[in-house]
Ligand binder design. Structure first.
Ligand code: CP3
Length: 343
């Protein structure tokens, strides 16, 4: 049986537009909260294959999306390298900051695959559990976005600590990025070997970097990962997401060699259709806050997105992940709108 989402990623779109949503598993779903409540630590939850597989499947049962995204987190990679990672309610992620040579020397690949092994088990379970027409998506954070958390020791508004290290101590910063390229390439290849049909690299904080920094911290590490994963798995599509990178999207697509690119809410659609879609599949890009509002404005915007991108390969998605206050019935209406559309 064909997987419509995977076919579209490979440049063979059908008459329906396949869809999935970033953060489709998560706190807007009561059934997610129920399973989540059985494990105190979020990282431990990510490393529980039975629970992680269950919450991955929950949104598919409700809405019948074409793609299921593995439930885990981008911070699994620094955790696997030996950095302490934990989540505090109301404060988001916390990490033991990698701020100098000494803290960097605590990280290593030695136990990486053992540490993150439960994630590969989750993928293998999903491979068995998913209907044959569904595409299983693996993922990882891009080195730049993951490094912003590693260097800051937390989430931050402008990623000042990582930018300052990148400019002020480029030697150390590039060694952090190199280690992330190595870990992330292996991590994605293992997900593919466990059953992922395609993978997405999330560069959520690629915004507002000057061109030379965008080249060194976003494009080069992403290209290195694409090259390495593709060498082992030439047929597995790779989706990039350089969120909020504006006109630099175009260079990102050309230079990294990704098969598809996820559009943030601010990317103009006629521009994407003209400049990006001729060479890659595009994904996106409805505003997640419009799905909180719901109703006719959401349906109209979904149809505008579908119409604007119908002349090339398009996967419907959000411009960023669902927020916890999203009413589940609005996700239902959005899903029905996409399913009713024909290219
Ligand atoms: O999309 C999915 O449904 C798959 C699972 C997934 C999660 N995180 C689950 C999660 C994916 C793909 C991610 C990626 C991720 N994690 C990104 C990149 C995508 C993006 O949203 O920009 C980033 C930046 C992170 C880091 C992270 N993890 C943050 C900032 C938070 C929120 C902290 C908070 O408490 O609000 C998380 C935690 C997290 N990851 C949750 C979920 C469902 C919520 C925590 C919970 O349920 O207890």
């Amino acid at each position: 049986m064909q997987k419509p989402l995977l076919e579209t990623l490979k440049g063979n779109p059908g008459d329906k537009v396949p869809f999935w949503f970033m953060r489709q598993a998560g706190r807007y779903l009561p059934e997610y909260k129920e399973v989540r409540a059985t494990t105190k630590s979020f990282m431990e939850f990510c490393y529980s294959p039975d629970k992680a597989a269950e919450v991955t499947l929950q949104p598919i049962r409700r809405y019948n999306m074409d793609g299921a995204i593995l439930f885990a987190d981008i911070l699994v990679v620094p955790d696997g390298l030996g950095q302490k990672v934990w989540f505090e309610a109301g404060h988001g992620p916390k990490l033991s900051a990698v701020s100098d040579e000494k803290s960097f020397s605590d990280l290593s690949m030695a136990s990486f695959h053992d540490n993150v092994g439960p994630v590969y088990d989750t993928v293998a379970r999903l491979k068995n559990a998913l209907p044959a027409d569904k595409t299983l998506l693996g993922f990882a954070g891009a080195p730049w976005t993951v490094a912003t958390y590693m260097v800051e020791g937390a989430g931050s508004k402008d990623h000042g600590a990582a930018r300052q290290m990148g400019y002020g101590n480029p030697g150390l910063f590039s060694r952090i990025l190199d280690m992330l390229v190595d870990a992330t390439s292996q991590y994605l290849s293992r997900q593919i070997e466990a059953g992922a049909d395609a993978v997405q690299i999330f560069d959520s904080w690629a915004a507002a970097l000057p061109e030379p920094a965008f080249d060194a911290w976003v494009i080069e590490p992403t290209k290195a990962i694409v090259d390495r994963v593709r060498a082992d798995h030439p047929d597995t599509p790779i989706i990039g997401f350089p969120r909020l990178s504006g006109a630099q999207y175009e260079r990102f697509v050309k230079e990294t060699g990704v098969d598809a690119v996820s559009l943030d809410t601010g990317v103009p659609l006629d521009w994407a259709a003209k400049k990006l879609q001729p060479s890659v599949c595009v994904q996106g890009n409805i505003d997640p806050h419009l799905v909180v509002a719901g109703g006719a404005p959401m349906v109209d915007e979904a149809n505008r997105v579908l119409e604007s991108l119908k002349s090339g390969p398009h996967i419907f998605n959000l411009g960023h992940g669902f927020v916890p206050e999203t009413p589940p019935e609005n996700v239902g209406l959005l899903s029905e709108t996409i399913k009713a559309f024909r290219r």
